[in-house]
Design a protein around this ligand. Structure first.
Ligand SMILES: [Zn+2]
Length: 452
């Protein structure tokens, strides 16, 4: 059942949403003359036609139509983008019981791989997509476990099935996740071809590669060169897991930047996590971000699972927030998106694929408010650009009418309350699918135990 909001969204092909309040940074092409409120949101009318936003007008200026819904100043945002997830690992609790460490996550996931049948993958991955859909996410990028070619074919096929099924509602994009050794191994070319065939891109984990005798990252350099070459040949972007550790000796951003510069690679390069950057001396941070800018790198941070994983020691309260230098990255003019990351799996016990929740966590953990300017785009406009979907993550003429309408009339209230009664539209139609229930998934997978 749709939430009780006092609003009725028409089923017509043409209607007006009037008196909407849209943060300026989420509007692609603001109409001249629109009033701006004290928090920087524009008061607008939207003409929705055939599933798209046909035009924007200053509030009260849309042409007369038979169907008009007065939003009375409620906030209206573009649907969210979650550009960093792990759908194939997700929703395995209670079969998998995380111990709160990165290494525990790796070994528990490897133990779980033999249970990842087609049916198991379809059920768990689709559960995650259904959560995202109901919460108002219109595109997901998922890292696909590609540690060995034999396993990864099954994982990629599952993503491909769901990609076809959910296209237009939650657009899916896959990216390989594997140790960087894979890119200098015998299966590298086949793995790159597999990702390309499935509409995906290339990635890997950069900080786990063994260093050489002199402590340098020679092997990582070789692996990155090969990765950029394989991605370049296939015109695929690159999205890496980088420095997800408090170990300061595992610091690979400079190696990635240098490899990208010497490669001549033309695609987008996104670096996920980069958490130990925030433990570095200020001059190292400045130097690293200058190099990142020269190499045209972008960043994505996953604050919620990092708060769970980083600086965890038994019997001791964490002293470090475990996130990257978000504000310095943005101040350097580099793109920074946020992502949901792991969800009810071996690395993170919780989560619901709700990007509004992720955005609230990010704003609080980064202290990315006062001013809030630019922070809202981390969950929509910035990741849409980074996944190559400039038609998503913003409000503008001739873009899909993928929208989230809140009861809140101010940004403060959006950030203060959970907004569980938000209304989601995809292609101009209200999403009425409820959130899926965990016990149904667990019953289907035989995961119900006495504790659940
Ligand atoms: Zn990840």
């Amino acid at each position: 059942m749709p939430p009780e909001t006092g609003l009725r969204i028409p089923q017509d092909n043409r209607f007006v949403l009037s008196n909407a309040r849209v943060p300026t940074e989420l509007v692609a092409d603001p109409p001249p003359g629109a009033t701006r409120d004290a928090e920087g949101a524009l008061l607008l009318d939207l003409l929705v036609q055939n599933g798209r936003i046909a035009a924007l007008f200053p509030a009260g200026m849309a042409p007369e139509t038979a169907c008009r819904v007065d939003l009375e100043g409620r906030h209206l945002w573009p649907a969210f983008i979650d550009m960093h997830t792990h759908l194939d690992c997700g929703h395995a609790i209670p079969r998998v019981r995380p111990d709160g460490t990165i290494h525990g996550g790796f070994s528990l996931t490897a133990e779980d791989w033999p249970r990842w049948t087609d049916e198991d993958l379809d059920l768990r991955m689709e559960f995650g997509i259904r959560c995202a859909h109901a919460h108002g996410v219109s595109a997901l990028r998922s890292h696909v476990d590609s540690e060995t070619l034999a396993y990864s074919q099954r994982h990629w096929r599952a993503l491909d099935r769901l990609r076809a099924k959910w296209a237009g509602k939650v657009d899916l994009q896959g990216v390989t996740i594997c140790a960087m050794e894979a890119w200098i191994g015998p299966e590298a070319r086949a793995l790159a071809d597999l990702a390309a065939d499935m509409g995906g891109i290339l990635g890997g984990v950069t900080d786990t590669l063994d260093r050489g005798e002199n402590g340098t990252y020679d092997a990582l350099g070789q692996a990155l060169d090969r990765l950029f070459a394989l991605a370049g040949e296939r015109e695929l972007d690159v999205d890496l897991h980088v420095d997800q550790t408090e170990d300061l000796s595992a610091f690979t951003i400079p190696e990635i930047a240098k490899a990208r510069l010497r490669s001549g690679f033309k695609g987008r390069v996104v670096l996920g996590h980069c958490v130990n950057l925030s433990l570095m001396p200020p001059e190292v941070i400045d130097r690293t971000l200058a190099l990142a800018r020269e190499a045209d790198l972008a960043f994505v941070s996953m604050p919620t699972p990092m708060m769970y994983l980083m600086d965890r020691k038994p019997g001791r309260t964490p002293r470090w927030r475990g996130v990257t230098t978000a504000n310095e990255i943005r101040a350097a003019g580099l793109p920074l998106a946020i992502g949901g990351d792991n969800c009810r799996d071996a690395w993170f016990a919780y989560g619901d694929h709700d990007m509004l929740d992720t955005l609230k966590q990010a704003i609080r953990v980064f202290q990315a408010d006062e001013p809030l300017t630019g922070s809202l785009a981390m969950a929509s406009r910035v990741p849409a650009d980074l996944i190559g979907r400039p038609d998503l993550g913003r409000i503008g003429a001739d873009l899909p009418a993928n929208l989230v309408i809140f009861q809140a009339r101010s940004l403060n209230v959006i950030l203060a309350r959970d907004q569980a009664d938000r209304i989601v539209l995809k292609n101009g139609r209200q999403v009425t699918d409820p959130l899926p229930q965990h016990h149904e998934l667990e019953a289907a997978l035989g995961l119900l135990d006495t504790a659940s």
